[in-house]
Design a protein around this ligand. Structure first.
Ligand code: AHR
Length: 502
């Protein structure tokens, strides 16, 4: 048995939670759109062809904002191909994923889907093969009320009211040599500045995210962010971060230790943003959009990334998540919450089939992958503000991180509902953890409204179509509250959530 403690005081908060940190991502890739959210002819499909079973799971997952249409796909995409009469839309080679894109699904279908799912759309503009002109035209098509050729085109397509898309990404992973039309930081920074300027002239209300590095191990990491922001600091609100966790040595302790690396990555990028601000003597603070993050390491082979023969909606990177992947995702969400002062948007990538929390069979069933659960529960109770939690307890040493506390935790107070929710991960693989949480100033007389744990003795086990509930939350027994102190014993290798209310 190990022991750990957390102390919070309601006078000390990190920040209010921007609910856009519970975002996700839909790319025209593999079976994310076709066979994922959209499958006309599926027994549960509605009149639009949206899969009803997937829609139900999306509502349960609870994302707030959804990034679209890519990803790498974005850098070769013509948005005009995906609007207007479906029968007239061109079939194109998608050079990002070596597939055939039919364009049966495009901007307006995605907006319809977002409205039905109750989520906010987040769009990207193509900075690979296109640039300023496409960006201003696309914003005009989507957001201008009417009376111009492009806004009237949208109306002619059946959308009288503007889509009012607020959040726009200026390209995708433009630092990556794999990107169609990849750029140097100087080329990209200049382009981002000029495009942002005209996009704002079309619609001053939009928020813009510049591309940061594709991941922290990119050789240009840090200098890329600095140089890009040096060009477009005044024009953008966000810089993006992307990260995919891997487990190359199949070493669980090392793997779960990588959660700390996300915290380091975030703090590094914050420091760079603030360095650019300091150079300008600017009080402006650029916020972070972690607009692609997840676990992705099993489905990484050449054949996972591309199938021969230019197929339509092939099976690509259909990662099957196990119990330890769910622990990692749960821990990463705690890091996002604990950086709520600067991380104002984040998208788990992607939503369905393609490294997704939801998996489907074309023409058949849909089920929750293991990582679905920590996301859904954190999104459900991640309202209000994050309290500053001081943790104490034993740690271990990992190769990449010198000190990894066995406990990762975050505490959220929702003044509106009176709830205080504790999320805690025990990273010890064999020892249970005796945890005490002092909630100073949050009042006596709290009760446990709900307490759940996510734990499976076999960390390699996954949810499948045949056994979809193998890894799912179970009641967490033995939570005690005495005065302002919560005590509980956490199982080894477990993710836990304790919701208290008055
Ligand atoms: O999410 C899969 C791919 O990963 C995205 O298209 C790209 O942006 C990233 O490299």
């Amino acid at each position: 048995m190990i022991s750990a403690s957390l102390i919070v005081d309601r006078n000390f908060a990190i920040a209010d939670i921007d609910r856009r940190i519970f975002g996700t991502f839909v790319e025209h890739m593999g079976r994310c759109v076709y066979g994922g959210i959209f499958e006309p002819g599926h027994p549960t499909a509605d009149a639009h062809g949206f899969r009803g079973d997937v829609m139900e799971l999306v509502r349960e997952l609870g994302p707030t904002i959804v990034r679209y249409p890519g990803g790498n796909f974005l850098s070769g995409y013509n948005w005009e191909d995906g609007v207007g009469p479906v029968d007239e839309r061109p079939r194109r080679l998608d050079l990002a994923w070596f597939s055939t894109e039919t364009n049966r699904f495009g901007t307006n279908e995605f907006i319809d889907w977002c409205r039905a799912a109750g989520v906010e759309p987040m769009f990207g503009v193509n900075f690979g093969t296109r640039g300023i002109d496409e960006a201003r035209r696309f914003v005009e098509y989507c957001n201008h009320p009417g009376g111009t050729q492009l806004s009237d085109l949208r109306r002619a397509h059946g959308y009288e009211q503007p889509h009012d898309i607020k959040f726009w990404c200026l390209g995708n992973e433009m630092d990556g040599p794999w990107q169609i039309g990849g750029k140097t930081a100087q080329e990209y920074g200049r382009l981002a500045h000029e495009a942002a300027k005209v996009m704002h002239w079309v619609d001053p209300s939009i928020e813009l995210a510049a591309c940061g590095s594709s991941h922290r191990d990119m050789p240009t990491f840090a200098s890329w962010e600095y140089e890009v922001l040096d060009h477009c600091f005044d024009d953008v609100d966000f810089i993006s971060l992307h990260t995919y966790f891997t487990n190359p040595h199949d070493a669980t302790e090392e793997y779960l230790g990588n959660i700390e690396m996300l915290d380091t990555y975030i703090k590094d990028v914050v420091a760079i943003c603030d360095a650019v601000a300091a150079k300008r003597r600017s009080p402006k603070r650029i916020m972070l959009s972690l607009d692609e993050w997840n676990v992705w390491y099993k489905a990484r082979s050449h054949l996972d990334l591309r199938k021969p023969g230019w197929p339509q909606a092939p099976k690509l990177i259909e990662e099957v998540y196990n119990a330890e992947d769910a622990l990692l995702v749960g821990g990463a969400l705690m890091v996002l919450l604990n950086n709520a002062d600067r991380v104002k948007c984040a998208c788990i990538a992607q939503l369905v089939n393609v490294i997704g929390p939801i998996m489907t069979e074309t023409g058949g069933a849909a089920w929750r992958q293991t990582i679905f659960h920590p996301f859904a529960l954190t999104a459900r109770y991640g309202h209000g503000r994050v309290l500053r939690a001081i943790a104490d307890g034993p740690a271990y040493t990992a190769k990449t991180v010198p000190e990894v506390p066995y406990l990762t935790a975050t505490v959220v107070e929702d003044e509106a509902s009176g709830r205080v929710t504790i999320f805690a991960l025990n990273r010890h693989l064999t020892e249970p953890m005796e945890l005490t949480v002092d909630l100073f100033g949050l009042g006596d007389g709290r009760r446990v409204e709900e307490a759940l744990e996510l734990h499976h003795p076999n960390l390699k086990v996954a949810n499948t179509k045949e056994a979809p509930h193998t890894v799912s939350p179970k009641p967490l027994a033995g939570v005690a509250i005495a005065g302002e102190r919560v005590s509980v014993q956490l199982k080894p290798a477990s993710w836990n959530m304790i919701v208290t209310s008055r």
